[in-house]
Each structure stands twice: as structure tokens, then as C-alpha cells.
Design a protein around this ligand. Sequence first.
Ligand code: ZN
Length: 246
Amino acid sequence: MNKKLKKILIPLLCIVLVVVIISIAGPYLVLSGARQPEIEDGYAYSEYFYNSYDEIRAHLKQRVEKLKNDGITVNVSEYAVDKNDSLYIDNIYLPSAKEKENLIVLTTGVHGMEGYIGSVMLDVFFEEIYPDIDTEKTGILVVANVNPYGMKYMRRYNENNVDLNRNFILDWSSFDLTSNKDYPEVKEFLQPEGKIGNALWHEAGFYLNLAKEAITKGADKVSDALLTGRAYSTTVLTVNTKTLCI
Ligand SMILES: [Zn+2]
């Protein structure tokens, strides 16, 4: 290597090395130096946050027992989504003591993985808010773990690949069902038939197909189809009103 080239290459390599080190170490140093926020009133995450659907369900049963021990009337029922996989939606109803004037309805886990924080919120509700509610006139209905499959397997969607939080349309005739012009072209990708099967393989397949669709049909077409709206048909994308009206 001639001297001139060396003179240019060595400083250049040094600069590249410094940039690489800063880009890797910089964020780490900034984050490790950042102060963790104080958690008030002893709300330790470990005490309230559970890491599995089964733990959350067991904790919910403890909550029911605690309420009963406090002399509160609690009616419990469960809806089996999949008995073989022990997937249940839990209904907990605390009727008002005298007049049925108000009913507070709480749901958790409509988007499966959000049920983990939903469980924490239920604890906060029963410990912080419930004691101040006029239970003579106000009933409480908790529909917990609405999407137990999504909770167990850390997914937003349920076992039929339905996004339950996109299922609140009661009158489809009020929508222009053909407004999403790009949807038919990517329908097979966005609206696969059948059950999910193995969640991990399903996710991997989704990203592979997404790349394929973006390359063959164009990223714009895919994003337009996704974002223009989802009222192409009653079973479009993650929506299925028939599933809603159980
Ligand atoms: Zn959500």
C-alpha cells in the first residue's frame, strides 16, 4: 500500500471506528444514566403485574374470594373459548345492593396482550376506586380476559385472527363498502382463511408475505389497502360482525 493511500485510509478508518463506537455505546450510556421514575404509593410492579394468562386468571379468582370475604355479593360465570387449552372469559358481576340505577362495565384483554395491564388496572379499580362507589345504586360488571387466546399467546387478535376491537359496527349499510379500491388486490394476504395454528409460524409467515406483497404489488398499494378503511365487506381484514354478535 502506498504512503499516500495509507495517510488517507488510516484517519478514515479511525473516524468510522469512532462513529460506530458512539452509535453503539451512546444510547446505552444515555439510557443507563436516566433516572427511573419513582413509583408512588408502593405500586411495585412485581406485586401487581403477572406474566402469564394462567397467573392472571388465578389472581382474578383470589380477587373474587377477597370480595366475598368482605361480604360483597359476587356472581361469577365463565365462557369457554377453548376448554382443551383452558381458555376462558371470566364474568364477575357485583349487583347493586338496592336500586339498579347505574352499571359500570369493565373489560380487559380485548386486544389479548393488553390484558396484562388490564389485570393491573382491575386491581387499582378494586382497591382505589371501588370503595368510593355508591354500591347501593351502582352495579359492577367485569368481563375479564375477553380474548384469552391473545392473552396467552401475546397477540392482539383472537384465535380466528379477528381483531375484536374492530367489531363494533352494527349497521353495515351506513358505510360505503367499496371505498377501499386497493383492498381486493391484497385481500388474500390481508384476509387469510382458516385458523392461525402455531402463532410463531403464523407471525413469521405474515412478515414474509408482507415483504412479498410489497415487492410484487408495491408498498403503497399495501399501505393504502390497510389505511383506507376496512369496510370492504363484513368479513374484511380483522372484522367479522357475525363473530361479534354471539
Ligand atoms: Zn387495544
